[in-house]
Design a protein around this ligand. Structure first.
Ligand SMILES: O=C(CO)[C@@H](O)[C@H](O)[C@H](O)[C@H](O)COP(=O)(O)O
Ligand SMILES: [Zn+2]
Length: 195
């Protein structure tokens, strides 16, 4: 089985190398948007399904607790964690609305939605983006493949960070690196260089 393992590592490395050539400008722009929101009393709401739900929570924990240095807590909410809210919305309305209804309650103008979908086609993430726009929030979309239904929904001030791969797992592996890059850039811009 070791050749299979080596193949997966190699594919992940190649996807990251391809991403390195295209993603830095979008990651920089996303970090600038997030920092501007945080400096204006805004917060970041994050959502996604499956592995991307884990990514949303990974990001919010690094904001609320810490990333790599001591600094004040930063405001973020993962919309994937409240099982009572999520099950009741899915049961009474539809699974498509599990994030959008939370955004319509919690989202304020100037907040940022971090919308994560490797295909760009998850209906509840699409509805989340509609809700964010209705609340005058900006959107950072982490996508893959061809951007799916999310790409054409985004407004000029939004940022899409689209990983150049058609394989869900490879896209997710780069999404985590993007999330850590965003955390690093947020800390750097808000609190300066370490040491
Ligand atoms: O982690 C994985 C696959 O690596 C899965 O849990 C995956 O996240 C789920 O199938 C998601 O429902 C896929 O949604 P999306 O990325 O297309 O929006
Ligand atoms: Zn996964």
């Amino acid at each position: 089985m070791q050749p299979r393992i080596q193949h997966m590592f190699q594919a992940s490395i190649e996807t990251k190398q391809n991403a390195l050539t295209v993603l830095p400008p979008a990651i920089e722009n996303a970090s600038l948007m997030m920092v501007s929101s945080l400096l204006n009393e805004g917060k970041i709401l994050a959502c996604g399904n499956g592995g991307s739900a884990g990514d949303a929570q990974h990001f919010s924990s690094e904001m609320l607790n810490r990333f790599e240095r001591e600094r004040p807590s930063l405001p973020a909410i993962a919309l994937t964690t409240d099982s009572s809210t999520i099950t009741s919305i899915a049961n009474d309305y539809s699974y498509e609305e599990v994030f959008s209804k939370q955004i319509r309650a919690l989202g304020q103008a100037g907040d940022v939605l971090l919308a994560i979908s490797t295909s760009g086609n998850s209906a509840n993430v699409v509805q989340a983006i509609h809700a964010a726009h209705d609340r005058n929030m900006h959107v950072v979309a982490l996508t893959g493949r061809d951007g799916g239904q999310i790409a054409p929904l985004l407004l000029p001030d939004d940022v899409e960070i689209r990983v150049p791969s058609n394989v869900t797992a490879r896209v997710q592996e780069v999404h985590l690196l993007v999330i850590h890059s965003l955390c690093d850039l947020i800390d750097h811009q808000l609190f300066g260089s370490e040491e």
